[in-house]
Ligand binder design. Structure first.
Ligand code: HEM
Length: 218
């Protein structure tokens, strides 16, 4: 794709500027996964969450200036929204299948060498034994440290260990930028009284059964 875009640039440098190519590649790489998270994280079923995120952005970023990557560390609540979305709607719900390279014990079960292991992150993220009110969308839980790294292996949207997602940092920044900008620039509402249907459809990256339709105001 980069080769083709560079060819187009030679023919039409103005249209295919470095900036445009950079944007297209970034969106292409990160778009698929992060798109599903943003769909779920818009939070239109929880207007108070959106309102809190909006106030945090207003407190930390001068009016009239679009938020950028350097602002993200200050936007802790926005980060909590993304974490809570990844908890309830993990993009890779069964992670990626792994094989045990040697015999081991997992949760008291003996696992022979060469066994395929599939981790159900979706179920772990909603396990009432380890989460308070697991079915509730409550970004604040991440403010109190619930789900932090030291809190066991209960929050694993990017997997764990040496085969975990190498792009978790990039993905978190992309989602922060995209969701933050959407919240900063627009006011989001449901299209009616009815709650947005969050039911999950089938697909590797947990898309919704019904596509998100919302109303936005400048
Ligand atoms: C919200 C965004 C993303 C989520 C939730 C996510 C999640 C995951 C998960 C759960 C795994 C499997 C970990 C395991 O099996 O233990 C994984 C692996 C991987 N991810 Fe991501 N990912 C995201 C974005 C990306 C992006 C943007 C890239 C590339 C630019 C990427 C590249 C990879 C690669 C190369 C692996 C395989 C690592 C290995 O097997 O060693 N991911 N990701």
């Amino acid at each position: 794709m980069i080769d083709d875009l560079l060819l187009f640039q030679r023919a039409d440098p103005e249209q295919y500027s470095d900036n445009t190519i950079n944007g297209l590649i970034t969106v292409n790489i990160t778009g698929h996964m992060t798109h599903d998270v943003l769909d779920d994280g818009m939070g239109v079923n929880n207007p108070e969450v959106l309102c809190k995120a909006h106030s945090e952005i207003e407190r930390n970023i001068q009016q009239g200036i679009l938020l950028d990557e350097s602002n993200l560390p200050k936007l802790q609540y926005l980060n909590c929204i993304i974490n809570e979305t990844l908890r309830l709607y993990p993009v890779v719900l069964l992670l990626i299948p792994h094989f045990s390279s040697e015999e081991c014990t997992v949760g008291g079960y003996n696992v022979p060498s060469g066994t395929m292991l599939i981790t159900n992150a979706w179920a772990i993220h909603r396990d009432p034994k380890v989460w308070v009110e697991p079915g509730r969308f409550m970004p604040e839980r991440f403010e109190c440290g619930e789900g932090d790294k030291g809190d066991g292996y209960k929050f694993i949207p990017f997997g764990l260990g040496r085969r975990s997602c190498p792009s978790s940092g990039l993905a978190m920044r992309m989602m922060g930028l995209a969701l933050g900008t959407l919240i900063q620039c627009f006011e989001w509402k449901r299209i009616g009284e009815e709650q947005v249907d969050m039911w999950e459809g089938s697909g590797i990256t947990l898309p919704k059964t019904k596509p998100l339709v919302v109303m936005c105001e400048l």
